[in-house]
Design a protein around this ligand. Structure first.
Ligand code: GRF
Length: 208
């Protein structure tokens, strides 16, 4: 049984580098009660990110942790882990986080870290495949459909077990922008739905 999510209320820690629209959709779901979870901390490696602005507006504790203020990678990794532990996070949500999770944080939270990818993994994933590069590759491939994947984070980019996927059709005349916008709308739905399924036990995370 997935005791972690049946006995304790879920405390979400976000890691986000950019606008944070996925993060916001999950925060909104928590606030409306659609998601029985609390967004408790936000970490960003980008001091100018929309994600940090959103955290400030929402009154959620926010931390800027990057290689700029933590030049030693292990110290940076430990700082991230410690912030998550100190806020009693039991589910980490990567929402457009442009950095590989360090081994210290991964060891502490293995099987409790989610990521969203704007394509149907294992296609169009891996190192360097993020943002517009993903959609450019999808359009160049001639694929008639793309989509969204929510998966568990492991030490390899975009390779962890897949928890949920949704298909998005590629339409005639799609540009990178039009496709990205349509995919992002689906990201906002599927991320909240997947977290709800984890909380209800419909999706079981591995025992730690
Ligand atoms: C999303 O497309 C997500 O799939 C990718 O980065 C983008 C982040 O968007 N990993 P936002 O910051 O949540 O608006």
């Amino acid at each position: 049984m997935n005791t972690m999510y049946t006995q304790f209320r879920t405390r979400i820690g976000f890691l986000a580098s950019h606008s944070g629209s996925n993060m916001q959709s999950i925060i909104d779901a928590c606030k409306s009660g659609r998601l029985q979870a609390d967004p408790v901390v936000v970490i960003s490696n980008n001091g100018n990110s929309g994600a940090l602005d959103r955290a400030y507006s929402e009154g959620i504790p926010a931390f800027y942790i990057s290689s700029k203020n933590y030049p030693d990678a292990e110290v940076e990794d430990k700082a991230i882990r410690d912030v998550l532990i100190n806020h009693q996070v039991n589910l980490i949500v990567l929402a457009g986080f442009m950095k590989k999770i360090g081994p210290v944080t991964l060891d502490e939270f293995r099987g409790r870290i989610l990521n969203i990818h704007p394509a149907l993994l294992p296609k169009h994933g891996g190192k360097g495949m993020y943002g517009k590069f993903v959609h450019e590759q999808v359009l160049a491939s001639g694929d008639k459909q793309t989509g969204v994947t929510v998966h568990l984070v492991t030490g390899d980019y975009d390779r962890g077990p897949i928890l949920a996927q949704k298909i998005v059709p590629v339409l005639e005349g799609d540009t990178v922008e039009s496709l990205a916008n349509r995919v992002l709308e689906v990201e906002h739905q599927i991320y909240t739905e997947t977290i709800a399924d984890i909380i209800s036990g419909a999706i079981q995370l591995p025992q730690s």
